[in-house]
Design a protein around this ligand. Structure first.
Ligand code: FAD
Length: 309
């Protein structure tokens, strides 16, 4: 019998599983598919707390995650890069953004209309198709187990372990009866990288973003709440390309190398990370990270481990 079963093999489940294992627990991850079939694999995945309001707990998680990815970058962990980032604001803000104490290299620059300020900072960016398999491998090398298994009810895991981590992303809404969990559809286009190394984010509605990776550039985005459609829409793709090329003209003519749509696991009221007594054991919930799962994952994993052990 495992000490802990982590249900879910996305970024939230895998980081929690590794932290639990590092603390000496016997840990098994249950997931119906490999990491490439998770929402986490679709993510841009850049450190930035998209559509996440201030909460001291979130600032702590964001800081811990930032620092962990910075260490990873210097250790040359697969898929982890650091990018200079330009946030182009339109809302007239003058104070420090709530997340700024967690980030490095934050500074403020004047900019012409329609923008009101440029916030520059350095941000970790993770190529998830390289990073998630590395993470799973770290977990297995540390003695963790990964089992292909889909559950219909969390009780199935509680029969086999006294503590279960519910890291099932969007599926958590149905698995634990949480009506506040909803999808927010995001569509991205990937083009070959013509030599860009700076990320740009225009805080328009919808926001436009350009995130250069080692070989391609992730272009976005959309935020469509309550849409369950994971098929990329050609008109949306064209609109994303047009907005991105207007911001960064060097992208014009860059060949498209991929496009995806994924469903962010949003939870009204913010992520749920807490322990709950169930008949048969303890469920530690870790879901509802919306558009910021990569941004919060390591800090969250520390808290999950503290709650579970
Ligand atoms: C287009 C797009 C861009 C994004 N960009 C960013 C970004 O730049 N920065 C950022 O921080 N975040 C970003 N995100 C958000 C980020 O992807 C999510 O917050 C994060 O992936 C959530 O991780 P998760 O592990 O909770 O969920 P998931 O990755 O969905 O993992 C859930 C896991 O649970 C498993 N599961 C589900 N149901 C069951 C079941 N019944 N039984 C067993 N297992 C089950 C799944 O198979 C999966 O393994 C983006 C998302 C999208 C769609």
């Amino acid at each position: 019998m495992a000490d802990v079963i982590v249900v879910g093999g996305g970024i939230i489940g895998l980081t929690a599983a590794l932290r639990l294992r590092e603390r000496g627990a016997d840990v098994t991850v249950w997931t119906p598919a490999g990491p490439e079939q998770t929402v986490s694999a679709v993510a841009a995945a850049v450190w930035y707390p998209t559509r996440t309001g201030y909460d001291p707990r979130l600032l702590d998680w964001a800081r811990a995650t930032y620092d962990q990815f910075y260490r990873h970058a210097f250790e040359r962990v697969p898929g982890v890069l650091i990018r200079e980032t330009r946030n182009l604001e339109r809302d007239g803000s003058t104070g420090e953004p709530w997340w700024a104490p967690a980030a490095r290299g934050v500074r403020y620059l004047p900019i012409d209309r329609p923008w009101t300020r440029e916030v520059r900072f350095r941000a970790p960016l993770v190529e998830m198709t390289a990073y998630l398999p590395w993470l799973r491998q770290q977990f297995v090398a540390a003695g963790g187990r990964v089992v292909r298994r889909r559950i219909d009810r969390l009780e199935e895991a509680l029969v086999e372990a006294p503590t279960v981590v519910n890291a099932t992303g969007l599926a958590a809404g149905a698995l634990c009866g949480d009506p506040d969990v909803i999808p927010a559809r995001g569509q991205i286009v990937r083009v070959a990288n013509p030599g860009i190394i700076v990320s740009v984010r225009d805080q328009d509605e919808p926001s436009t973003y350009i995130h250069p990776r080692s070989r391609d550039v992730v272009l976005g985005g959309t935020w469509q709440e309550n849409s369950w459609n994971t098929t990329p829409d050609p008109a949306t793709r064209d609109a994303i390309l047009q907005r991105c090329i207007a911001l960064v003209p060097e992208l014009a003519g860059a060949p498209i190398v991929g496009e995806e749509a994924g469903l962010r696991p949003v939870r009204r009221g913010g992520p749920r990370v807490e322990a709950e007594k169930w008949p048969g054991g303890t469920v530690v919930h870790a879901y509802g990270h919306g558009g910021a799962g990569m941004t919060l994952c390591w800090g969250c994993a520390d808290e999950v481990a503290a709650l579970a052990l």
